[in-house]
Design a protein. Sequence first.
Length: 186
Amino acid sequence: LSALVPIVLTVAARSTGYRWAATAVAGFYTLFNIGLVLILPLFPAEPKLGPVYQHVAHFIPEAFPILLIVPAFALDLLWKRYNASTASGGRVWRFSLVSAAVFLVVLLAVEWPFANFLMSPAARNRFFGAAYFWYGLPPTSYLARGLFFPSNPAAFWPGILLAFLVAALAFRFGASRGEWLRTIKR
C-alpha cells in the first residue's frame, strides 16, 4: 500500500488542484469495491476446476475494500493547510515525509481494528462479504478458520520503517508527476 496508493492520491491532488481529490479517488475505490461485494454474489456460478474445498454457488467478490478513504481524508486536510503547490526543494521532501507519516499512522489506526472485525463472525454477512471464500481455499487455512497468519513481532517495526520510507518516496514521486501533469496544456 505504501508504494502505489500515495502515488495515486498525490497525482490526483496535485494535477487536478481539486481540494478533496484524494478523498474523491479513495471514495470511488471504496464505493466501486463495495458495489462488487454486493452485486457479484447475485449471479450464479460454480467451479469447474478442482480441487474444490468450499461450496460455491455464485460469483465470489474480492474482499471488502481497505479503508483508504480515511487516510485520504486526513491527507486532504493536511494538504489544505500546507500549500504543496508552492513547495520546492527541501519543502517537497518535508511534504513527502509528513504525508507519509500521516498516511501510515491513520491507515494503521483505522485498518488494524477493522481487520480484526473482518476476521470475526460478525463480518460474515452480505455487506462485508467475509463469508465468501474462493473454492480452492482449504477449510484448514487460517482465513477459513477466521485467524490471522502468525506474525513475527520483531519484524513489525522494521517493516513499518520500510513502509514509511517507501511511502515518502512514493509521495515525492507522486508530487513530481502531479506537477508535471499540471503543466500539460491541450
